[in-house]
Design a protein around this ligand. Structure first.
Ligand code: F6P
Length: 501
């Protein structure tokens, strides 16, 4: 971890010399944020007023930051390879974490001849490992077990059937990943896989040996029929969307080796240390949060775009959507009072593809939509033309940021670009496990800091429950043979009847 500060203007991060704002090997450039020195000063005052430093300490030392569920959020403990004690209800959680690391490493060494790993899980039990496995597939010189790693999240059987068409049942292992072990999509996919094994004539003991679970609800996994030795626990103090650092990240270790997984944890831990100990004016996650907060308050920005100019990070926007919007998409604050502003809407995709989609709106739409540009210095392909492609990719990234910032005047309004559209640049020297871990931790801490600025609890998600509850009777109604005539509003009833005809 390095935090350079010598050359930067600490009063005005927008004027910091490129490379002066660094943490865990990542560089943050805020030069195109368009935030003036007095505006930064008032943002720092705001951070002081809400006691942001103290709130960060609370988070990182096991304070009860998840106020509605009365528990800490200890995901940073999961990446502390130094095993510093962390107390939860009077007990150190570290020995249990270390035991799971040992079992994960043991499993990595044990698996031979596995052709297919099918990871079943949804939301936080899917986005993180899916993103990391895909991102690291592109990085050079990494060990790779060479398994096909498949992810099935959707209850739409189209996703699973596409996987099952390619997997070899006799040499397939299945990881059922669910914090609650009750999420309906995951349970249905798990049952369908068991049926597939049976249809492929696997014996019940072969099926048992093929099934693994990662969960907080060990009892439910056992009742489902998973052998105790094949269950990897994690704990209720890890939020689903913060769980990739637990055994939820097992596919990363199984595909790329436990050492790579440790690198992933250690990059995130370096960012944790930076977050814990760096003054606000140089603290990367805090600066990112303050800049976004500023654009929300000054320009009433309702959305921001995340644009990785690295195809390997194509899934980052999906992971970030859950992280930001499930954490901070709320209309009540920590005291239960209504608020008017919370998380911006998050969207994005890989550059340069994104340029041929919604960049028209970013450049000329009436709304100001802040952008996070992400670039990776090292090319990620072994094609002879890789360098040439990479130059073109990075040139586009730099040019788009410049065009958004400066715009271009024209006497024809249709051809004029207003400019003054804020963006960050986050630069990675290369996309390996360490820097990926640091990048994800950077965003986790930005979500926490933005939540603190809006006085929100980022660690619960009560808003996802209602739809789940309403789906159950509809599922029953869809199974029945009679037309549906009661229990639903007329609009939903008509839709159900259409589906049943
Ligand atoms: O979408 C709601 C949610 O509870 C997320 O918070 C969570 O990541 C996801 O469902 C999956 O939950 P589980 O890991 O319990 O299956």
């Amino acid at each position: 971890m390095s935090t350079k500060s010598a050359q930067s203007d600490s009063a005005n991060p927008s004027k910091a010399v490129f490379g002066s704002l660094q943490a865990a090997g990542l560089t943050l450039d805020l030069a195109y944020q368009g935030i003036s020195q007095p505006e930064w000063a008032s943002l720092f005052t705001k951070a002081d007023q809400i006691g942001l430093k103290g709130q960060i300490t609370e988070l990182l030392t096991g304070g009860l930051v998840n106020t509605s569920e009365h528990r800490p959020a200890l995901h940073t403990t999961l990446r502390d390879l130094n095993k510093n004690p962390m107390l939860y209800k009077g007990n150190d959680v570290m020995p249990a974490i270390a035991e799971v690391w040992q079992r994960m490493e043991g499993l990595c060494n044990k698996w031979v001849g596995v052709t297919d790993l099918i990871h079943i899980g949804i939301g936080g039990s899917d986005f993180g490992p899916r993103l990391a496995v895909q991102a690291l597939a592109h990085s050079a010189n990494k060990p790779n077990r060479g398994m096909r790693v498949h992810f099935a999240a959707n209850v739409d059987s189209a996703e699973l059937s596409h996987i099952l068409e390619r997997a070899q049942a006799n040499s397939t292992k299945v990881l059922i990943v669910s914090k609650s072990f009750s999420t309906s999509e995951t349970m249905m996919n798990a049952k369908t896989i068991i049926n597939w094994f049976k249809a492929k004539n696997l014996t019940s003991s072969q099926i048992q040996n093929s099934l693994f679970a990662v969960t907080c609800n060990v009892k439910a996994a056992e009742s489902f029929g998973i052998q105790a030795d094949n269950i990897f626990p994690f704990w209720d103090w890890v939020g689903g969307r913060f769980s990739v650092w637990s055994a939820v990240g097992l596919p990363i270790a199984l595909q790329y080796g436990f050492e790579t997984f440790k690198q992933f944890l250690s990059g995130a831990n370096a960012m944790d240390q930076h977050f814990a100990s760096t003054p606000i004016s140089h603290n990367l996650p805090v600066l990112l949060a303050l800049a976004l907060y500023h654009q929300q308050t000054k320009h009433h920005s309702k959305a921001y775009a995340v644009l990785p100019y690295a195809h390997a990070l194509e899934l980052l926007p999906f992971w970030l959507q859950q992280l930001d919007m499930e954490s901070n998409g709320k209309s009540t604050d920590r005291q239960g009072k209504y608020v008017k502003t919370s998380s911006p809407i998050v969207f994005g995709s890989a550059g340069t593809n994104a340029q041929h989609s919604y960049f028209q709106l970013l450049h000329q739409g009436p709304e100001i939509i802040p952008v996070d540009f992400i670039m990776v210095k090292e090319a990620m392909s072994s094609l002879p033309e890789a360098k040439e492609h990479h130059n073109a990719l990075l040139a586009n990234c730099l040019a788009q940021a410049q065009a958004l910032a400066h715009g271009k005047e024209s006497s024809d309004p249709n051809l004029s670009y207003a400019g003054k559209r804020p963006s960050n640049l986050i630069a990675l020297p290369k996309l390996d496990a360490y820097h990926l871990g640091a990048l994800l931790a950077l965003y986790e801490h930005r979500a926490f800091s933005l939540g603190a600025l809006w006085n929100l609890n980022p660690f619960d998600q009560p808003g996802v429950e209602l739809g789940k509850v309403l789906a159950r009777p509809i599922e029953e109604a869809l199974k029945g043979s009679q037309p549906n005539d009661e229990g639903f509003d007329s609009i939903t009833s008509a839709r159900i009847n259409y589906l049943k005809q």
